[in-house]
Ligand binder design. Structure first.
Ligand SMILES: Nc1ncnc2c1ncn2[C@@H]1O[C@H](COP(=O)(O)OP(=O)(O)OP(=O)(O)O)[C@@H](O)[C@H]1O
Ligand SMILES: [Mg+2]
Length: 268
């Protein structure tokens, strides 16, 4: 869909260069010579999905991009610079990551608090997002289980990650704990956000239908050691809706991803 060779001026928004990762002093490598490049699409953003077997290094890659972990060797660039925590990056973790000693409202508004925005204003913006993720009426509860269910806590984390309109949004299986209806609603909400704010979203999922529905590009990782082995260009119309799922091309892509996932599971 996007031919980057025609547009050599595009900046690299995220880049991993020659990444290797060992946890035992170099005896074994879980990631070896991994390269990954996401180029920016001005006025559009990018929706990139990463797939791969459990343990293939998906969460690790997101931690590198968020500046939360340094690889054993290799380089990480965000917007052309070595990654640092000050860049406008938000992350939704695989495990619920809300702050249980704060209310839902305060959790969601936290990023604005750090920006020095007055409470009235940040509560107003936080309420918009709380409504958006379907948690209206829960805003004064503490963000803890079991007062909020697993899926509800995950929605708090999602609202929290969106409030600062991040330039780059890293999402690690964010909808894994949601019921089907909420999950589909959240998928549509996310495509809306992508189109509205032109964010670049890097999204990890095990769900093939979700990957094809959301992605511009799907990258598939092999494990032991991990490396990207396949790029699938999701050449569906940019606007995703119910009709997308009835498009014969959508079905073809589902099979292509499924076949690739099976092939990759045998690669060494
Ligand atoms: N601190 C650590 N010490 C040792 N091994 C680690 C450490 N952190 C990660 N690993 C290993 O790195 C590999 C990749 O882990 P990672 O969490 O990135 O996988 P994943 O692709 O996100 O898997 P899943 O789909 O199950 O979430 C795993 O084999 C894991 O055991
Ligand atoms: Mg993971």
């Amino acid at each position: 869909m996007v031919n980057f060779t025609d547009r050599p001026e595009l900046p690299n928004i995220l880049e991993l260069k020659g990444i290797s990762q060992s946890y035992d002093g170099g005896q074994t490598y879980i990631i070896k010579d991994l390269d990954f490049l996401v180029e920016d699409e001005p006025e559009q953003g990018q929706f990139v999905v990463i797939m791969g077997m459990s343990g293939s290094g998906k969460s690790t890659i997101l931690r590198y991009l968020a500046g939360l972990q340094e690889p054993t060797s290799g380089e990480v660039f965000v917007l052309g610079k070595p990654v640092d925590q000050s860049q406008r990056i938000s992350m939704v973790f695989q495990q619920y990551s809300s702050l249980p000693w704060m209310t839902v409202l305060d959790n969601v508004g936290l990023a604005l608090k750090y920006q020095g925005i007055p409470k009235i204003e940040r509560d107003e913006r936080a309420m918009e997002l709380i409504n958006l993720v379907g948690l209206t009426g829960h805003e004064h509860k503490y963000a803890q289980y079991p007062a909020l269910s697993g899926g509800q806590l995950q929605r708090v984390a999602i609202a929290r990650s969106l409030i600062a309109n991040p330039r780059i949004l890293l999402m690690d299986e964010p909808f894994g704990a949601l019921d089907v209806r909420t999950r589909l609603q959240m998928q549509d909400m996310l495509t809306g956000i992508w189109h509205q704010f032109h964010s670049t979203i890097i999204f990890v999922t095990h769900d093939i239908a979700e990957a094809v529905y959301l992605a511009d590009d799907i990258y598939i990782l092999k494990s032991s050691p991990s490396r990207f082995v396949k790029h699938i260009d999701v050449d569906l119309p940019l606007e995703r809706n119910k009709a997308t799922k009835r498009d014969p091309r959508y079905m073809e892509l589902l099979y292509e991803v499924e076949d690739t996932m099976m092939e990759v599971s045998h690669l060494q």
